[in-house]
Design a protein around this ligand. Structure first.
Ligand code: CTP
Ligand code: MG
Ligand code: K
Length: 171
């Protein structure tokens, strides 16, 4: 595989995780996952930025992206079942990683929405790659590419969401 094609397939592979991570900005709101409860340090367990609607909406959107991807490139997945399972695991993994990130941020006394460089951009990615690993994986070179490229996508997407008025901060 050439370098460009290798990068393309890495992005194609991870696409459900990107959609799952981004869509809660529009779909989220309502009851927070931690139910408003606090940890023993007095801070919220996760905070108001992690809601059930955002989580379930993100997993649904990411999984649907996988269905579309299967019809566009069936050979990449082999079967619809593989594509859907992969997209579900990438999406679920991304949002679980995002929850772990918020849990860590609250333990570090960082308020909701406060940026944590590294954690915000890569936590969801590493978790998505780990959850999806048993079903289908990519090469270590492709993973390295995603580790470098994803922060750029993350910053770009957040800046766009801020400019559109969907987010109050550009990160
Ligand atoms: N969101 C949600 N449910 C989730 C994840 C995100 O409703 N499970 C929504 C929230 O409105 C959140 C926005 O998407 O504010 C952006 O997500 P993110 O940047 O991950 O949350 P933050 O508000 O920055 O909170 P934290 O500091 O906990 O990361
Ligand atoms: Mg944030
Ligand atoms: K986040």
């Amino acid at each position: 595989m050439g370098a460009l094609s290798s990068m393309f397939w890495a992005l194609w592979y991870i696409l459900p995780a990107y959609f799952a991570n981004a869509s809660p900005v529009l779909l989220g709101g309502g009851r927070p996952i931690d139910g408003g409860r606090k940890w023993r340090d007095g801070n919220r367990i996760l905070g108001d930025g992690k809601t059930w609607r955002g989580f379930l909406g993100g997993v649904s959107v990411g999984t649907l992206v996988g269905v579309l991807q299967y019809y566009l490139t069936p050979a990449f997945y082999g079967s619809l079942k593989t594509a859907v399972l992969l997209a579900f695991l990438l999406s679920f993994g991304a949002l679980m990683g995002d929850l772990v990130g918020s849990f860590i941020k609250r333990r570090l006394n960082l308020p909701r929405g406060y940026p944590a460089v590294g954690l915000d951009q890569l936590g969801f990615l590493i978790s998505a790659l780990a959850f999806a690993y048993p079903v289908k994986t990519i090469s270590s070179g492709q993973m390295l590419f995603l580790l470098i490229f994803t922060p750029l996508v993350h910053w770009g997407a957040n800046y766009f969401a801020y400019k559109m008025g969907w987010k109050s901060v550009p990160w």
